[in-house]
Design a protein around this ligand. Structure first.
Ligand code: AMP
Length: 208
């Protein structure tokens, strides 16, 4: 069984990489951002609580996140964790369920984060990601895969992007050292093309 964690600032390409890697390696893709957006869309108790934080670009409290993921983690599942853990408390909570085999860190500077997130569009139907600058859809506003409508996430607006980056540096970037000390960290250059990052990830995981 395997547990792989993806680290990196918002917009560094974790979601895009996760979709490809999970398929190739037979890992279950677990994105806490996607799970939360689903809770928000269904207006569950968790969704209504989480929305307040997400709209401001802040992290949803650790207890809520740990409860949400706990039922999805066990030793007999192989998972690719995307957007979790995001704090040291979450990393320690994760260790109560599974041990992390590899942490892939997508390195990307703040200017590129802002540029990418401002241009990101997401399909309402299937969740596919596009970028108006680097990976535009064939037809404006429509998903190439399923024809669904593309939208801009509320937290991809400029003022929220700045806040999310600040929160990343403060709360999440210490995880890089944490996993380095555990000897499981692999740093990737997140500024390349999606294909290039995917190839780097495969070789870091011994699948090149
Ligand atoms: P993402 O799609 O990973 O960028 O997540 C979108 C938003 O969901 C974040 O800005 C947070 O508000 C919230 N979120 C997602 N994952 C976590 C997590 N592991 N811990 C706390 N908040 C999270």
């Amino acid at each position: 069984m395997k547990t792989v964690v993806l680290l990196g600032p918002p917009g560094s390409g974790k979601g895009t990489l996760a979709l490809r890697l999970a398929g190739r390696l037979g890992l279950e893709h677990l994105s806490t951002g996607d799970l939360l957006r689903d809770e928000v869309a269904r207006a569950t108790v968790l969704g209504r609580r989480a929305k307040e934080y997400m709209d401001r670009g802040e992290l949803v409290p650790d207890e809520l996140i740990l409860d949400m993921v706990a039922e999805r983690l066990s030793d007999d599942r192989s998972v690719l964790l995307d957007g979790f853990p995001r704090t040291l408390a979450q990393a320690k909570g994760l260790e109560e369920h599974v041990s992390v085999d590899k942490a892939l860190y997508l390195e990307l500077g703040q200017d590129e984060v802002v540029r990418r997130l401002s241009a990101r569009r997401v399909c309402k139907e299937c969740g596919a990601n596009y970028n108006l600058l680097t990976q535009p859809p064939a037809e404006e506003g429509r998903c190439d895969r399923c024809g669904g409508e593309l939208y801009q996430r509320g937290d991809d607006k400029p003022e929220v992007i700045a806040k999310r980056y600040e929160v990343y540096v403060r709360d999440s970037s210490p995880l890089v050292e944490y996993y380095r000390e555990q000897g499981v960290l692999e740093s990737l250059d997140g500024s390349g093309s999606p294909d290039g990052v995917y190839q780097q990830a495969l070789s870091a995981l011994g699948h090149a």
